[in-house]
Design a protein around this ligand. Structure first.
Ligand code: BG6
Length: 476
C-alpha cells in the first residue's frame, strides 16, 4: 500500500545528515515508486541559512549525485526536483516556513498529511517542537520523526519526551534509530523466529557470549560540533548498538505488530544490569584534540567498548560485548554469537588455538549488503580424524535482487509515512537505557589514547572481555 499524500518538512535540510542520507533516501524512494502520488518536500533551516527554492534544488541535486544510489537525471529527477521547496524558520519567526507548507499543500489540492523530520542538533529539538505546536503546524494528525541521540542522560530524555508529548501524542512520534531500519537487522527477526534451526539454541544453555561490533574507519567528517558534545557512547552505543542488542536478545513477541514487538524489546532494556565505569573502556584517537572545532583538552571519547549483562531467564550469565569507534582499522557491522562446546571432546585435535576449538559461531554481518554465516568444525579429508573450521553462508548479494532493498533511513521514512511504529523506539525503552547507563555517565573512566587505524586502546580493550576475545580482527 502506498502512503497517503504527504508534505514532508525536513528540518536541518542543509546539514550533513540531510545531504548524506535523507535527500538521497527520499529520492531513492521516489525513484522506486514508493512515495505517494502526491508529495512535496519542504526543506527548512534557521533564517541565517535561508535559501531560495532553486538553491535548495541545487543542494539536493549535488547531495544525491554525491551520496545517492539513484542518480539525479531524467524525468524521475525532474519531478522530484519540482516537489522541493524551501522555507526558513526560527522558533520566533516561522513565517517563511508556514508560507512554504501552505504553498506545498495548495499544490497538492488542499491540506494533506504532514511529516516533520527533525534532523537537527538535540539542543534545537525543544524549541522546534514548541514552534510546531504554537503555529498549528502540528495539528491535523501531523507526525514527527525525531533523530537520535534522544537526550544526553535520563533527566534530559524524560524532559524531551514531555516536551514532545505536549504537542504530539505518542502515536504520532517516530523516534528514529536508522540501524533498526537496516535490512539485515530486521532479518534477525526472521532468522530467529521463522526457523526451527536457530531459536532452540538462542539462549544461555547454548550461547557463551554475544558480540556486537561496529568499528568505523570514518573519522569526524566535519561533525566536530555535534561529536564533541556527544561522543561514541551516546552517538553509537546507547542508540544503535543497544537497539540491535534488543533485537538479538528479545523474547518472541506474540505478533509482529508494533506494540508486542516493542514490548519485548523494551523488556530486554528493563533487564539490563546497570553499566558502571569498570564495564567500559573509553578511547580517544591520537590527533582528535587537534581537529578543527575540538577543544584542546577534550575528554570526549571517540571509542567505547563495554560488557553488558542481561539479567533474565534466557541470558543470565551470558556476557554481551559491544564495541564501536572512529578511525579504527576496519569498518564493519557484525554480530557474533559464540556457541558452547559439546560436553565431550572425543576428537583428537592438534588445534592449538583455543578459539579455533570453539569454532561454533553464528555471525551476522549487518553492513550493506549483509550476510549470515554459521561456523562449525568439519573433518579434513584424509585418513586421520583432523578437524578444521568450516562455514555455511548466506549473502544478500547473489541471493536476492539488491535493487529491491531499502537502506535504513529509506525504510523508516516510508514506515513513518505509513504510520507504522514497529521499528521506532519508545520513550520508556530509551529512558531505561539511560537509567542503566547512569553509573557510567556520572563517573566516566578517563579516555585512553589510541593510534588512528588501530583497534582502539589495547591491551585494555582485550582485557575488558577476557577470557573471551573479540571476533574481529582475527576472523573475517
Ligand atoms: C550515525 C552516527 O548515527 O551512524 C555516525 O552519528 C555513524 O557517527 C553512523 O558513522 C553509522 O551509520 P551507517 O548507517 O552509515 O553505518
Amino acid at each position: 500500500t502506498a502512503p497517503d499524500d504527504h508534505v514532508i518538512v525536513l528540518f536541518g535540510a542543509t546539514g550533513d545528515l540531510a545531504k548524506r542520507k535523507l535527500l538521497p533516501g527520499l529520492f531513492h524512494l521516489a525513484a522506486a515508486g514508493l512515495l505517494p502520488d502526491g508529495y512535496r518536500i519542504v526543506g527548512s533551516a534557521p533564517t541565517r541559512s535561508a535559501m531560495s527554492d532553486d538553491a535548495f534544488r541545487t543542494l539536493a541535486h549535488d547531495a544525491v549525485a554525491t551520496f545517492g544510489r539513484s542518480k539525479p537525471t531524467g524525468p524521475g529527477w525532474k519531478s522530484f526536483e519540482e516537489s522541493l521547496s524551501f522555507g526558513a524558520a526560527d522558533p520566533q519567526d516561522p513565517g517563511a516556513l508556514l508560507a512554504a507548507v501552505r504553498a506545498a499543500e495548495d499544490s497538492l489540492g488542499g491540506p494533506s498529511r504532514r511529516l516533520f523530520h527533525l534532523a537537527i542538533p538535540p539542543s534545537a529539538f525543544a524549541s522546534t517542537i514548541g514552534m510546531l505546536g504554537d503555529t498549528g503546524l502540528a495539528a491535523e494528525n501531523a507526525k514527527v520523526i525525531v533523530e537520535k541521540p534522544f537526550g544526553t542522560d535520563l533527566a534530559s530524555a524524560r524532559a524531551l519526551n514531555e516536551t514532545i508529548n505536549a504537542v504530539f501524542d505518542e502515536s504520532r512520534v517516530f523516534r528514529i534509530d536508522h540501524f533498526l531500519g537496516k535490512e539485515s537487522v530486521d532479518n534477525i527477526l526472521a532468522l530467529r523466529f521463522a526457523n526451527g534451526m536457530f531459536e532452540p539454541n538462542w539462549n544461555r544453555d547454548h550461547i557463551r557470549y554475544v558480540q556486537i561490533d561496529v568499528p568505523e574507519t570514518l573519522g569526524l567528517e566535519g561533525r566536530a560540533h555535534f561529536y564533541e558534545g556527544t561522543g561514541a557512547f551516546r552517538d553509537m552505543i546507547v542508540t544503535h548498538l543497544i537497539q540491535v542488542l534488543g533485537i538479538v536478545a528479545m523474547e518472541p513477541p506474540v505478533s509482529l505488530a508494533a506494540e508486542p514487538l516493542r514490548d519485548e524489546k523494551d523488556k530486554v532494556f528493563e533487564a539490563m544490569r546497570p553499566i558502571g565505569p569498570g564495564d567500559v573502556v573509553r578511547g580517544q584517537y591520537e590527533g582528535y584534540r587537534d581537529e578543527p572545532g575540538v577543544a584542546p583538552d577534550s575528554t570526549t571519547e571517540t571509542f567505547a567498548a563495554l560488557r553488558v549483562e542481561v539479567d533474565n531467564w534466557r541470558w543470565a550469565g551470558v556476557p554481551f560485548h559491544l564495541r564501536s569507534g572512529k578511525n579504527l582499522a576496519r569498518g564493519r557491522q557484525v554480530i557474533t554469537l559464540g556457541l558452547r562446546e559439546p560436553p565431550l571432546r572425543m576428537f583428537p585435535t592438534d588445534l592449538a588455538d583455543q578459539e579455533k576449538n570453539r569454532a561454533n559461531k553464528i555471525v551476522i554481518d549487518f553492513g550493506d549488503p549483509g550476510w549470515i554465516a554459521a561456523r562449525f568444525l568439519t573433518k579434513e579429508p584424509g585418513p586421520a580424524m583432523r578437524l578444521e573450521p568450516a562455514t555455511m553462508a548466506f549473502g544478500y548479494a547473489g541471493s536476492f535482487c539488491e535493487e529491491n532493498g531499502l537502506e535504513g533511513y529509506e525504510r523508516l521514512i516510508l514506515d513513518a509515512m505509513l504510520g507504522d511504529q514497529s521499528l521506532f523506539t519508545r520513550a520508556g525503552g530509551i529512558e531505561r537505557i539511560w537509567a542503566a547507563s547512569t553509573p557510567l555517565l556520572e563517573n566516566p573512566p578517563p579516555v585512553q589514547p589510541y593510534a588512528p587505524g588501530s583497534w582502539g586502546p589495547e591491551p585494555a580493550v582485550s582485557e575488558l572481555i577476557a577470557p573471551y576475545s573479540w571476533h574481529l580482527p582475527d576472523a573475517a
